[in-house]
Design a protein around this ligand. Structure first.
Ligand code: 4AD
Ligand code: MG
Length: 442
């Protein structure tokens, strides 16, 4: 007998075969002669129904307990695959009255399960989202591998604030002895360890740009940190950002084609691989109609006119309500391009025909509004030098001096993409252990 994940049991249904499963009881129905247990092991959305003759039921077999069961696969009268148990072993009991926060009769709302981060992956909703998340990252890697991008690991510790928004977390040693010993070398407390102020990265872009200027197309997917005082349904203190830098990229249209190709690919692939999960997350879920049409492009000025026609005033930045309004108006994801220079980061390339604007883009989608931010990179040495926020970034300027090439790139919030894909309104439900202000207890 060979133990296999429940997903594999469903994939290779061989009625009459013996099988061995390990997992958790999600539902239990006790009848006169028989006990029915729905068992899940996290491998798929489906649960395997186990039929247990009453004399084989251990007392500790309850909702929430972990089990190791052997038996024979059969089809129920209704054609459903089930396992008729010949041995039931409870590995870990679960006494609901001891404070287990879930029960099988309730659909627990996300703001309730969020209070139990260590247990909430036992709910159908969160476990389905985590399976989609796992597949999504695989499909993202597949897309980049198929398009000849190198996967690069950029550092988490850095001395730059790439976005210049002052949203960095500062990093320092905790150990007093280390600090004392190092301060004797004449450093101040802020810079004692690395000799320079050090932060958790807000973006790996500048490092990616360095590698792109010697190895061509590159991407990275890793944790990113923002010290924003925001508890919104769209912000986390730690999130995963997918960043790509496209070599020899001359126009925003080239960059847009990469982003559009990526999103359409990963949406279709994830729907193919995880349809049951996506429907479990939201019964009304279906592949979005915009997978079949082109994304819309509006310049910042055009977007402003659309919003003004809708009776909204744009004071500099387009706010969340306005972003969602633009998506609704275009009935498709919208690229907003050519932004006013003073609203965007130092590294963005000035438009050749308008020095008040930069070749930047935001991609707006339903549910989240902005899901991607990107731009062409300023490649004029003098212009970049005049905008460089700190001498500590002289290495970045150097990249324009030696064998420079035009590049463009973007950052995509993985959790926001999951919100769009799954139809999840709160970003905190798209990753196992969300961090946001006042919430880092475990
Ligand atoms: O627009 P942002 O700040 O762009 C950059 O960091 C660029 N350096 C990326 C690049 O060109 N390589 O962030 C990119 C995306 C946003 O569009 C959003 O989806 C996500 O990262 N994001 C957040 N997601 C969750 N919580 C936060 N606090 C986020 N801040 C940004
Ligand atoms: Mg942005």
């Amino acid at each position: 007998r060979k133990y296999s994940p429940i997903s594999a049991v469903f994939e290779k249904v061989n009625v009459g075969e013996v099988a061995e499963v390990k997992g958790w009881v999600k539902n239990l129905r006790v009848q006169k002669e028989l006990v029915f247990a729905d068992v899940s092991d996290g491998s798929c959305a489906k649960k395997l129904q186990i039929v247990i003759p009453k004399n084989l039921k251990p007392d500790s077999l309850t909702y929430g307990s972990s089990v190791h069961i052997t038996g024979k696969l059969t089809k129920s009268p209704r054609g459903q695959l089930e396992l008729v148990a010949d041995n039931v072993n409870v590995l870990g009991s679960c006494v609901v009255l001891d404070g287990y926060p879930f029960n099988p009769r309730t659909t627990h709302p996300p703001d309730y399960t969020r209070q139990y981060l260590h247990l909430r992956s036992r709910t159908n909703y969160i476990s389905a989202i985590l399976r989609v998340r796992s597949s999504l990252t695989k499909h993202i890697s597949d897309y980049f591998a198929a398009n000849n991008y190198l996967n690069i690991h950029t550092p988490i510790l850095t001395s730059n604030d790439c976005e210049g928004a002052g949203e960095v977390f500062k990093v320092q040693p905790e150990n007093e002895e280390t600090i004392k010993a190092m301060m004797q070398e004449g450093r101040d407390k802020d810079t004692v360890y690395f000799g320079t102020k050090t932060f958790l990265t807000v973006s790996g872009q500048l490092h990616l740009e360095a590698i792109c200027r010697s190895m061509g197309n590159v991407y990275t997917l890793g944790p990113t940190f923002r010290a924003e005082n925001s508890r919104s349904r769209l912000h986390l203190s730690e999130f995963y950002m997918l960043e790509a830098e496209v070599a020899f990229c001359h126009t925003l249209e080239q960059l847009q084609a990469v982003i559009e190709g990526l999103l359409q690919y990963v949406f279709i692939q994830t729907w193919n691989s995880n349809e049951a999960d996506l429907i479990l997350i939201d019964k009304g879920n279906k592949p979005p109609s915009w997978l079949e049409q082109k994304f819309v492009t509006l310049t910042y000025d055009e977007a402003k006119i659309v919003l003004q026609k809708k009776g909204m005033t744009v004071i500099d930045d387009i706010n969340k309500e306005q972003e969602l309004m633009l998506v609704e108006y275009c009935k498709a994801p919208v690229f907003v391009t050519r932004w006013p220079k003073d609203m965007k980061s130092f590294y963005m390339k000035e438009c050749v025909d308008d020095n008040t604007k930069v070749d930047a883009l935001d991609l707006l989608t339903p549910i989240t509004g902005e899901v991607v931010g990107g731009s062409l990179r300023e490649d004029n040495y003098e212009r970049l030098k005049s905008k460089l926020p700190s001498e500590r970034l002289n290495w970045y300027l150097d990249l324009r001096k030696f064998g420079n090439i035009p590049t463009g790139g973007f950052g995509l919030g993985l959790e926001r993409l999951l919100q769009v894909l799954c139809g999840v309104s709160n970003i905190k439900d798209t990753l196992p252990f969300p961090r946001w202000p006042h919430n880092c207890d475990m």
